[in-house]
Design a protein around this ligand. Structure first.
Ligand SMILES: O=C(O)CCC(=O)C(=O)O
Ligand SMILES: [Fe+2]
Length: 332
């Protein structure tokens, strides 16, 4: 990335994502020959990861830390968990990445509780397993609070949108991962993360069969099964960005879907522009620039919360301090 605030051009494809990954790499994540021993994932998890494009790390974060995020999200959204009449407030700002409108995105990025889950050792270790390297940065990402959607329930609409946050039409294919930490039970009528593993399995062949001028960010997945993954509170779902995915509407009567987006990617400490932009977002309690992230017109974070304190892992995950030189066996 040349410029830290470089915006994804709102191209012919309209607003779309540009999830950070490993620039200029040609080794696909599913083709990594592991050098570091697995810390969190089992061999069966690894097999699931390389074949299905996602893996679930159960109990990745202790309950108290999940509760801190949950409580913050209710407060931030100015909603009362015990009073459903407060759950349906108009979205405060339009999202340029249109499919995300009305899906419960919460424009909070820097609260202490979000940093506490990002700094959880088991979460970090899971991403070390995925990348086979220790020098990682955490994406500065937000959360989701998606109340029951009566219209989806009444109409029987099951699936929501399906998209990519990277461009699956470029070659070599982008190398990137994303993640969802479930803060409450999701799946079934509550919906939440949904994905299309069969397209991931054959992405080259699938793309080669798409009509000319197809929008690569909005894939046509007809004929493929869309899977809604069941997650409990504390489960971290990590997915390859080449897995088409989206949010299934919440068709439950009274259960709210809540999640925090957590993902990590290889640190780019020498990229001073990008590093300074990350420090700015944390220091000023601001939002990242880009089509998916409209920011909060109230500036609620900056006005109401203290700047998050970072521990020894956090300062490296943000980019305040560099990672030490690679240890033996690591791929750096
Ligand atoms: O809410 C989710 O589970 C997925 C949202 C999404 O599209 C993403 O995390 O990129
Ligand atoms: Fe996405």
């Amino acid at each position: 990335m040349d410029s830290p605030v470089e915006k994804t051009p709102t191209s012919v494809y309209g607003g779309h994502g540009d999830h950070p990954g490993l620039r200029g790499s040609t080794t696909q994540l599913r083709d990594i020959q592991k050098r570091l021993p697995l810390r969190v994932l089992s061999d069966a998890d690894w097999l699931q990861w390389v074949t299905q494009g996602y893996v679930v790390v159960r109990n990745s974060v202790p309950q108290t830390k999940l509760e801190a995020v949950v409580n913050m999200l209710w407060e931030f959204q100015e909603m009362d968990p015990n009073n459903p009449s407060t759950w349906y407030q108009p979205q405060r700002r339009e999202i340029a990445m249109k499919e995300l409108n009305g899906t419960g995105m919460v424009e909070v990025y820097n609260h202490q509780s979000l940093w506490d889950t990002r700094q959880e050792q088991r979460v970090y270790d899971a991403f070390v397993d995925i990348w086979d390297r220790e020098d990682l940065w955490v994406a500065l990402d937000r959360a989701n609070l998606n109340p029951p959607n009566a219209a989806a329930r009444d109409s029987g609409k099951v699936n929501g949108f399906i998209h990519f946050d990277v461009d699956p039409s470029v070659r070599p294919l982008p190398v990137s991962v994303q993640g969802v930490l479930s803060l409450k039970k999701q799946g079934g009528e509550i919906g939440g993360f949904q994905c299309v593993p069969s397209v991931f399995a054959e992405i080259d062949e699938w793309w080669s069969k798409q009509p000319a001028n197809s929008n690569p960010f909005k894939p046509d997945v007809s004929g493929h099964d869309i899977i809604n993954v069941e997650l409990d509170a504390g489960d971290l779902l990590i997915f390859n960005s080449l897995l088409a995915h989206g949010v299934r509407p919440n068709r439950s009567k009274d259960s709210v879907r809540m999640a925090q987006y957590i993902s990590m990617f290889p640190a780019d400490f020498e990229n001073e522009g990008l590093r300074q932009e990350r420090l700015r977002i944390w220091r000023d309690q601001a939002h990242p620039v880009g089509d998916p992230f409209p920011g909060d017109p109230r500036e609620f974070e900056r006005r109401n919360y203290k700047r998050a304190k970072l521990g020894p892992l956090g300062v490296k995950l943000l980019g305040v301090e560099p990672w030490p030189a690679p240890t033996q066996g690591s791929r750096r």
